[in-house]
Design a protein around this ligand. Structure first.
Ligand code: AMP
Length: 161
């Protein structure tokens, strides 16, 4: 029986996204679900406000292009058909909620570091997505050490920059 017809996977495109990929593939296959991917780019103006006396458009466009190609590579390695890849600009949680509604997702999948202490008080993307979601949310526990190892391998592969 298919519980989730449409699944939305939110990826930050860091090396730990690989850990989300494995669970998502299994869940999507078990439900024969339509799978959508989303990556949100926070506008540089969010970080720098209106205080930067320069035009950030070109840098923003480059970030956008880079995200598109990274998401494309992620989708190719997923080993499950992806209905659509969405790269959007805005506030991460808001855009994930907006996209979940737009594609009528029954499930949003996000990574969670299982933070505690101050980091928990300050919140996380997984928390933000959970609050305000109108569908189910699965927070997949991400193991930092695995992500760090993958980062190190990726850095080594890339060589000196
Ligand atoms: P964080 O709490 O920011 O470390 O992120 C945890 C999870 O939130 C990630 O594994 C993704 O599932 C999701 N996430 C974080 N940032 C983004 C982003 N920019 N676009 C899409 N999903 C994101």
């Amino acid at each position: 029986m298919s519980v989730y017809k449409v699944i939305l996977l939110a990826v930050d495109l860091s090396s730990e996204s690989k850990q989300l990929a494995d669970k998502t593939r299994d869940l999507a296959a078990a439900n024969n679900a339509e799978l959508h991917l989303i990556h949100v780019i926070e506008p540089l103006s969010f970080a720098y406000g209106g205080d930067v006396p320069m035009d950030l458009t070109t840098i923003q466009e480059q970030l956008d292009e880079h995200a598109h190609s990274k998401l494309q590579r992620f989708a190719e390695q997923l080993d499950y058909p992806v209905k659509a890849q969405h790269v959007v600009t805005g506030h991460t949680e808001t855009e994930i909620h907006r996209m979940a509604k737009a594609v009528d997702a029954g499930l949003i999948i996000v990574g969670s570091h299982g933070r505690h202490g101050l980091a928990l008080l300050l919140g996380s993307t997984a928390n933000g997505v959970l609050h305000g979601a109108t569908c189910d949310v699965l927070a997949v526990r991400v193991r930092e050490s695995e992500a760090d190892e993958a980062d190190a391998t990726e850095d080594a592969d890339a060589g000196p920059s």
